[in-house]
Design a protein around this ligand. Sequence first.
Ligand code: MG
Length: 384
Amino acid sequence: MNRLAPYAAHETATRGRAHPEPPPAGHRGEFQRDRDRIVHSGAFRRLEYKTQVFVNHEGDLYRTRLTHSLEVAQIGRSICGALQLNESLCEAICLAHDLGHTPFGHAGQDALNECMTEFGGFEHNLQSLRVVDELEERYAEFSGLNLTFECREGILKHCSARNARELGEIGRRFLERRQPSLEAQLANIADEIAYNNHDVDDGLRSGLLQIAELKEVALFARHQAEVERRYPGLGERRQIHEVIRRMINEVVNDLIETTRAQIATVAPLTIDDVRSAGTPLVGFGERIAAEHLELKRFLRERLYRHYRVVRMTAKARRVVRELFESFHADLRLLPDEHREAAARLEARDGTNGRARAVADYVAGMTDRYAILEHARVHDPAAVS
Ligand code: MG
């Protein structure tokens, strides 16, 4: 590991775990232990069969939440090296950032949030924290993974004020408008870089996007022209990959330079100075920020709102909604362990608790499990 900057997250200064544990044995540090626990979790393995944009059964070549999370971690770690930030912490946050995602990507999360309106709502960042704090059942002495404060701080990327108030210490920064560590800020932007670029790739691969229309987007157009000039007649697959590779390189280099300059201006001495800086220090320069936004808008208009994607998301929303409604109306339809969880949470938190347990079950499903379970619950001909 490279030498850490003084304002990076240092393991020796961690704010610790909710349940105190002896330090990890010699070969790994606290944040490496966090990462290992995340990789060994059940929720992490389920990311393999959760949608990014395309539903899992649409093809084997598209990104899933698992490959997305690995790409995010790869981008995050390589930038940590350049900025002397803590790679292990950033990697752990990146790998965990989508653990709470529902099946069927944002469509699933929106549907579940609607179902939960009267019961405290559903936010996927908060659910990721819930997975690592409560839902994983792997250790004798505690529920969840008992991760460090720094890792949990990074996982809880956004949070409504109402939920922040209920969360106590980990939610405080949203009320006090403080920043998370640089490693957490970086994981957040690495996520954006990863999905913007791989959605271009998956969009082109699926035929829902065309190179010609992507030329409307400055970032793509610039690199596409350069690749075409340098390698005339290059096959389309290679051309696309060359362009995306160059786009990622440019935004990453811009991010590193801009962030270095912002760190130099604010001159934080410790991670607490980073937390109390008025704004995030990790970010793009003006031009790349605008171009990245342009790309994001393009993808929203042309890919996420493409009729074929919308058809898929409409079905997905229905599956999630109907699953929630059926289980919520009749807990006896739930598998034993989830029915027991619902009874436990209902005894503790009333109707909100009952609904939360149903949401936990539905959110934990993979795309294909949700489709199967929907058939088992709703299709009279399906074998249950
Ligand atoms: Mg993500």
